[in-house]
Write a protein that binds this ligand. Structure first.
Ligand code: SF4
Length: 223
């Protein structure tokens, strides 16, 4: 596939899947806000509706995430991804994968960017090992949801590891409570560092969401 445009100026289409999840992130907005995404299967997914939508994103970048984790149970969802990558190739669309799972059997090389959602700084080394083992040259971003126990020391340790291992991008974002509102842990510190060693992402709906067979505009309203 040819390289795709940088879409930072336009809203990204985000495919939300639900293959299930390990449900071990301590800050799961999906669970705490009772988001409801139909179970994703290759047979029931709205491929025709997705293709119609993808025609608007030719030569651009879209993302895939959850409801659940898009790589959960990947072993039994290979057919889904084969079909998805064929469709993306047809329109020369790049994929940004959001996941908390390291799965050595997934074809990460087919993604333009891989965004790993981490809970602890030590997970960065697992990602580096994956990159080395599979010879990945994709853009790799690590994202940390700022948990209540985070302090400047933890942030500095994350930055140190990101620099040491030449991870391309680092972002922080806040936890979302059961009331749908973000917490503001280390807010000033992280905001002041935005576009320095990291990106600080304010809570908002930056994406259009493709859910099962239709578009949704607000994540927290997918019920
Ligand atoms: S990967 Fe997503 S859905 Fe799964 S536990 Fe973590 S935040 Fe929740």
């Amino acid at each position: 596939m040819d390289s795709v445009k940088n879409t930072s100026e336009i809203s990204i289409l985000s495919i939300l899947t639900n293959f299930g999840c390990h449900f071990s992130c301590p800050y799961c907005v999906y669970k705490s806000n009772n988001i409801n995404i139909p179970k994703t299967t290759v047979d029931s997914f709205g491929w025709e509706e997705l293709e119609n939508e993808l025609k608007n994103y030719k030569e651009n970048l879209i993302s895939i995430s959850g409801g659940g984790d898009p790589l959960y149970n990947y072993e039994n969802n290979k057919e889904f991804y084969d079909k998805l990558f064929d469709l993306l190739d047809k329109y020369n669309i790049g994929l940004e994968l959001h996941t908390s799972i390291v799965d050595y059997t997934f074809p990460y090389k087919k993604c333009e960017r891989v965004v790993f959602h981490c809970i602890t700084p030590t997970q960065i080394e697992g990602i580096v090992y994956l990159r080395y083992l599979l010879g990945l040259e994709n853009i790799i971003r690590v994202v940390f949801v700022v948990q209540e126990h985070f302090n400047e020391y933890i942030v500095k340790e994350i930055v140190r590891l990101v620099k040491k291992y030449h991870i391309n991008e680092l972002s922080f974002r806040q936890m979302i409570g059961a009331d749908g509102k973000p917490t503001y842990t280390l807010y000033d510190y992280l905001k002041n560092g935005h576009k320095g060693d990291w990106y600080y992402i304010e809570q908002s709906d930056y994406n259009k969401y493709f859910v099962h067979n239709h578009i949704e505009e607000e994540y927290l309203k997918i019920k």
